[in-house]
Design a protein around this ligand. Structure first.
Ligand code: ZN
Length: 440
């Protein structure tokens, strides 16, 4: 069946034009560009999002915004919505890690799976169809607890694969490792995981940790995505060792460094050295404004450091930089709704970006740049590509950012995977039973 969408505003393709989109069998056949809105006698946005949402013929957007679906490439789905079970009185990263670790043995398989589903569906509702999730992997726990998160994430990944792509990255434990740690690490690397995560800067021996994590990833032939220098301390610079190892192993283009909070605390010359080294090693980066605004600067009095990496400097140097959600409603970050538009807005606040070109850049950081970082070439909204886009009930970029409208429709895998107008229960999903089970 041919599906047609009229009068779409697609600011990442062309800010001033309107588009007619023709989709057949889930593939974008043709994009017709015109200079102004053309009057149509088709279903309007409100008609589509009303009671009978299955309509799949013509749809007149009347100038509303269409973007590629979001790619949220740094989340912690297993931890999300654990806040009722795991608190954090001090609000620090250290207490969050300790409390979560001691609570983990009490979580059942179903609890973990339901938390992963709940956040994945929330992300889908807001327009995300690609998620990379880091997963807890504590080798000092009992064997079931150690593997529970990764195994449950792989099960839900498979369960939801039609509507949302989930990449699973176990976080390798903190160094030093004993033989039992190494044995369990080798076991997890043999599962059907997508890459190797970790947070070497927290280890007792951070540099040795970087070295050993790299050796494991290279041995398994897997890409790396590391929590890196999530610290206010300007002397924390494991990113330099990560860059060295990337070059040594020829792992360029396969290594992502996240957070880089200490980079913002460094003086200008040190920061420049670090960014140049990142560029040389072809490292790619992710900023996590929500969690870091919450966690960093806890020891500061007066002017409090915000812990947000040097977003504009990295972009200027053309280091691929995405924004992502990180934690959602857990002891690491008690807020959030897995909405990348909200994350883009927060990035605008924290990186002082709000001009016209900035808004385009912020949207790229939530859509096409994360795709590029994880090796995807399709945007989901160009001719010949598998259609994967979000319609927003917004007519301009400033109003999109100001209102963060919840009225969105997600087209994915040849159909409307989610059509939401304000209320989550109005979502139309391929698998509504699973949705309601976790949604309620
Ligand atoms: Zn994280």
């Amino acid at each position: 069946m041919m599906q047609k969408i009229y009068n779409a505003k697609m600011p990442l393709l062309d800010e001033t034009s309107y588009f007619e989109i023709e989709i057949k069998n889930g593939i974008i056949q043709r994009l017709n560009k015109h200079n102004q809105i053309e009057a149509r006698d088709e279903l309007s946005f409100y008609q589509l999002t009303g009671e009978n949402s299955e309509q799949e013929n013509g749809w007149d957007l009347e100038g509303r915004i269409v973007l590629p679906t979001f790619a949220d490439i740094h989340m912690h789905l297993d931890k999300s919505h654990s806040l009722p079970f795991v608190g954090n009185d001090s609000g620090t990263l250290e207490e969050a890690i300790a409390n979560y670790k001691s609570a983990a043995p009490q979580f059942s398989d179903e609890m973990i799976k339901n938390r992963i589903r709940k956040t994945a569906f929330s992300a889908l509702k807001y327009g995300t169809t690609i998620i990379r999730t880091h997963i807890d992997f504590h080798t000092k726990s009992d064997i079931d607890t150690t593997f529970r998160g990764v195994k449950m994430a792989l099960e839900v990944k498979d369960e939801l694969k039609e509507i949302i792509e989930i990449q699973v990255y176990p976080m390798l434990p903190y160094h030093p490792y004993d033989e039992e740690d190494r044995k369990r690490i080798r076991q997890v690397l043999e599962l059907n995981i997508d890459g190797v995560g970790g947070a070497p800067h927290i280890s007792e021996k951070p540099l040795e940790c970087v070295d050993e994590i790299f050796a494991f990833a290279v041995e398994a032939g897997l890409p790396l995505d590391l929590h890196t220098d999530e610290s206010d301390d300007p002397t924390v610079d494991t990113v330099l060792r990560i860059a060295e190892k990337t070059i040594e192993y020829g792992w360029q283009g396969k290594v992502v460094v996240d957070h880089l909070c200490s980079l913002s605390a460094m003086n200008e010359s040190k920061a420049e050295l670090v960014i140049n080294k990142m560029k040389e090693a072809e490292l790619m980066a992710v900023t996590l404004p929500a969690a870091n605004m919450y966690l960093q600067g806890r020891g500061d009095k007066g002017l409090v450091r915000r812990g947000i990496t040097r977003v504009q400097d990295l972009i200027k140097k053309q280091v691929p930089l995405a924004a992502a959600s990180d934690n959602v409603c857990d002891p690491f970050h008690p807020f959030g709704r897995a909405d990348m538009l909200q994350i883009a807005q927060l990035t605008g606040y924290t990186a002082h970006m709000g001009g016209k070109e900035d808004l385009i850049e912020l949207l790229k950081m939530a859509t096409i740049t994360p795709r590029k970082i994880i090796g995807k070439t399709e945007w989901g909204m160009r001719e010949g590509e598998r259609a994967s886009f979000v319609v927003f009930d917004s007519y301009s970029l400033p109003s999109l950012f100001a209102e963060l409208t919840e009225s969105r429709a997600v087209f994915q895998a040849g159909t409307w995977s989610s059509v939401v107008k304000v209320n989550i229960h109005q979502a139309v999903l391929k698998n509504p039973e699973a949705f309601y089970k976790v949604g309620n």
